[in-house]
Design a protein around this ligand. Structure first.
Ligand code: AMP
Ligand code: ZN
Length: 279
């Protein structure tokens, strides 16, 4: 057990060195209540980084209530500030409602639950982190998540979709864009689960009731048959071919969305494109 902890902590520190996280950075940890983001906050605090918590209450019934309770408990334990964003108060309805309105309107376009939720969460995080003058946003994405995404992009025949992936957002430098970091980028999900259980961290272990993207589930099932070493190799390959992937991508200038003013690669950001469909 001691070994697992040591390995995980060593890998975590190595990633922080790689992405050059500074003790002067003010890092907002995006806390979902799950094991990954909880572990990120716990370890960043343990290693003396300046962090605050940020949680989006998605208003999804008892699941969201449990997540909020876990996040509150964690921030109290770690003695860090918690910033709450209640989606019902801020946007008028729960994530389920916003998402199904978007899907009904965009019938046939195959917009997946997790994809919609992901766009909305990222938009909120960037805006709020900027308001709070955070210099980094940390999320709990782990090795399994990243290997899955990279693999799915390869299966789609579109490796260039991974050009913005990595333990740190590399390509985007803009005063309105807060750099995102993924300190668990190289750490396997199973090791994080073991660690969080052993440390008795307040965590909601159940999955989001809306995570029903069948293609991702299929890929995840296949990836679960791989060893950690093999998953690590997938991401090592990713790092090796990253310069090539970047070249496959067209040169893009960052604009500001004509509707909401947030940084965007297009005239209208993905969030506003979605919300427009849902109106
Ligand atoms: P997911 O897209 O649900 O797999 O979550 C990926 C990462 O986004 C998590 O590890 C968290 O860092 C962050 N995140 C997800 N849900 C929330 C939430 N409700 N509030 C704040 N951060 C979140
Ligand atoms: Zn916009």
């Amino acid at each position: 057990m001691i070994n697992i902890n040591m390995n995980l902590e060593t890998q975590f520190k190595q990633t922080l060195t790689k992405i050059k996280l500074n003790k002067k950075d003010k890092t907002l940890v995006a806390l979902s209540g799950g094991k990954d983001s909880t572990t990120v906050a716990y370890l960043l605090k343990k290693f003396g980084y300046k962090i605050e918590g940020f949680h989006i209450d998605l208003g999804m019934g008892s699941y969201s209530e449990k997540c909020l309770e876990a996040v509150r408990k964690l921030c109290k334990q770690l003695n860090i500030k918690l910033h709450l964003y209640d989606i019902k108060d801020e946007m008028g309805s729960s994530m389920c409602y916003i998402r199904s309105a978007i899907q009904t309107e965009a019938k046939g376009k195959g917009l997946k639950n997790c994809a919609i939720c992901g766009v909305i969460k990222k938009w909120i995080m960037n805006k709020e982190a900027r308001k709070l003058k955070a210099t980094k946003i940390a999320t709990g994405h782990n090795l399994d998540d990243e290997a899955q995404t990279f693999f799915m992009n390869m299966l789609k025949g579109s490796p260039q979709l991974s050009a913005n992936s990595g333990a740190i957002t590399r390509n985007v430098k803009d005063k309105k864009f807060v750099t995102r970091i993924k300190p668990l980028f190289y750490i396997a999900e199973n090791d994080i689960r073991t660690f969080s259980q052993k440390m008795k961290l307040p965590v909601v272990y159940e999955h989001c009731p809306c995570a029903i993207d069948s293609y991702r589930i299929q890929v995840r099932q296949f990836m679960n048959t791989l060893s950690t070493k093999e998953k690590e190799n997938i991401m090592k390959n990713f790092d090796k071919i990253f310069p090539l992937i970047q070249r496959l991508k067209k040169e893009e200038k960052l604009n500001y969305c004509e509707i909401c003013g947030e940084p965007s690669r297009n005239k209208i950001c993905r969030m506003c494109q979605l919300v427009k469909v849902g109106k």
